[in-house]
Ligand binder design. Structure first.
Ligand SMILES: [Mg+2]
Length: 112
C-alpha cells in the first residue's frame, strides 16, 4: 500500500465513522489529535510491561491492536486523513523533503 492508497483508505474509513475535516476550525483539532497519538506512543514506550511490537487488548467489537508501533500507525493514519481531506500531495511532499534532508549537514548543524 503506498501513501496515496493509505490516504484514500484512511479518509474512507474515517468518513464512514463520522469523522472528517468539515471546516477550517477542524484543522487545529486534527493536528492536536495527531499529536495525541504521538503522546500515546510515548506512554506505550515508557510502559515497561508493554512490548514495542503490536499486542492485542479487549476492544469494543474485537481484539484491539495496541502498543508503541500501533500508536505510530495511528499518527500516520491521522496525518494521511488530514492531508487527503485538504487535497495535499503528501507522497510528493515526503519525496521532496527526504531528498532535501539528504543534502543537510550532519545533525543539521546542531549539537543534538
Ligand atoms: Mg491511538
Amino acid at each position: 500500500m503506498d501513501i496515496k492508497e493509505i490516504m484514500n483508505e484512511a479518509t474512507k474509513t474515517a468518513k464512514s465513522k463520522g469523522f472528517g475535516i468539515r471546516t477550517e476550525a477542524d484543522i487545529p483539532k486534527a493536528l492536536c489529535l495527531i499529536h495525541s497519538e504521538i503522546s500515546e506512543a510515548l506512554e506505550e514506550y515508557r510502559n515497561p510491561e508493554m512490548p514495542i511490537t503490536t499486542t492485542y487488548t479487549e476492544g469494543l467489537t474485537k481484539q484491539k491492536p495496541a502498543g508503541f508501533t500501533v500508536e505510530l500507525a495511528d499518527a500516520l493514519i491521522r496525518i494521511c486523513h488530514l492531508a487527503d481531506d485538504l487535497g495535499l500531495d503528501l507522497e510528493e511532499a515526503i519525496k521532496v523533503k527526504m531528498a532535501y534532508n539528504k543534502t543537510r549537514p550532519h545533525k543539521h548543524g546542531k549539537k543534538c
